[in-house]
Every structure is written in C-alpha cells, then in structure tokens.
Design a protein around this ligand. Sequence first.
Ligand code: ADP
Length: 229
Amino acid sequence: MFLVGLTGGIASGKSTVSSQLKELGCPVIDADVVARKVVEPQSPAYRLIVQHFGREILLDNGEIDRQKLGQIIFSSPEKRKLLNSITHPEIHKEMFKQILLYFLKGYRYVILDVPLLFETRRLTRFLTHTVVVYCDPATQLSRLMQRDGLSQEEAEQRIGAQMPLKEKRGLASHVIENSGSREDTHRQVLRLHTKLEDSMEFLVVRAVAVAAVAGLGGLFLCTVRLLVS
Ligand code: ADP
C-alpha cells in the first residue's frame, strides 16, 4: 500500500474531488474530520485542553468551542504551540490507525486529504504521490464568494492569507485542473484513480510487511530451538 496526499487552496475544489474519489471506492482519510474526532469530549486530548485552557473554552453541551479556541491561539503563538503539542500526536496516531486498517483490508493506496499539506510539510515524507486540485484565480474567487456568501474583498483576503495555489501546483506530482465542469474534473479523477490502481508501488510495503513477519517467525523458531536444546 502507498499514501497519496490530496490538497488545494480555499474553494479550489478539494472537497469536490475528495467526494468523487470516495464514490469510486477509494479510502480517504480527512485530516479535518480526524482533528475534530480527537478532541471529542472525554478523549485524552480533550481532557488536556480543558486542563490547560480552562472550562471557559467549552460550549454548553460540553464540546470544545473551536471558534473561541481559535481566537485564543490566533493571538498567542505559545498557546498555539501548546495546543499543537496536545493535538498533533493524537491526530497522527488516529491517522496511523486508520491507515493500518486500510492496509489490513488490502487496499492498494489511501488518500490523505490534508488542507495544509505543503504548509506544515509534516506528512510529505510519507507520501508516494501528491495531488493538488487547481483552478484559475478568477474561478476560485467567484466560487468562494458564492459558496461562503463573501464580498470580493473578504474572499480576496482569505485567498491572500494562504500559500499561493500556483506554488502548491508546482510542488505536486499530479494536478487536477478544476476550472472547467464537474464532468471534466471527474474524467481526470477517474484517470488518476486508474493510474494509481495500476501502479505496482503498493507491493513495496507488502513485501516489507511479509519480510518483517517472516523475520519475526524465524526469530521465534530459533528461540524455541535454543530453549528446547
Ligand atoms: P474546497 O474543498 O477546495 O474548499 P469545494 O470543493 O467546496 O472547494 O468547491 C468550492 C465551491 O465550488 C463549492 O461550492 C463547489 O460546489 C463548487 N465547485 C467545485 N468544483 C466545481 C466545478 N468543477 N464546477 C462548478 N462548481 C464547482
């Protein structure tokens, strides 16, 4: 099995492509969903966050008020660091667990849907391929304004706060061009899926796993022989 990173810019069409991949039966791990899951009430990260940030960051129903927490860490780099040191290990653990499950189920590749893939660069070394969903600047602006009900100025501000989409496109091993119709994007997604399914790269990890299991088995047999001799 191998890992494929999927990313894009705000409103470039990452969620659209992610849904199309899921419809084709591809396993997709959504980093945002995982990030929400690991801070659910009574989880280890939830308890640590309440311990360090106080109960005032909780909503009435006991869940973490993400907006409030976002405001706190926006104005304090130390608190942002503290929050990341609590959540990141849990996020990585949960992602690893899900990847392992897909591996055991025999999938050839898994998509990791990560909005800030190239900004944080934490995961890139584990990825065999990276995919950027791209659309031209005018299309991105108008889709963002329409989807989120923003003025042109607000939308430009949000796009301007991110790494330029052109730069991400330059870093990716595959680009899905999403300036056209959904059907056109779907054709590209299908081509990419076929290419990844046909690739033999999944054999590398399977071979390593088989070798590790065989090695452990050999070690076990040697130990048994030594003990009984
Ligand atoms: P992202 O996940 O990258 O923020 P989305 O997939 O939500 O972007 O797409 C942004 C908006 O543009 C959504 O409203 C979506 O329905 C729309 N959209 C995405 N791709 C297309 C397309 N090819 N044609 C028309 N609208 C699109």
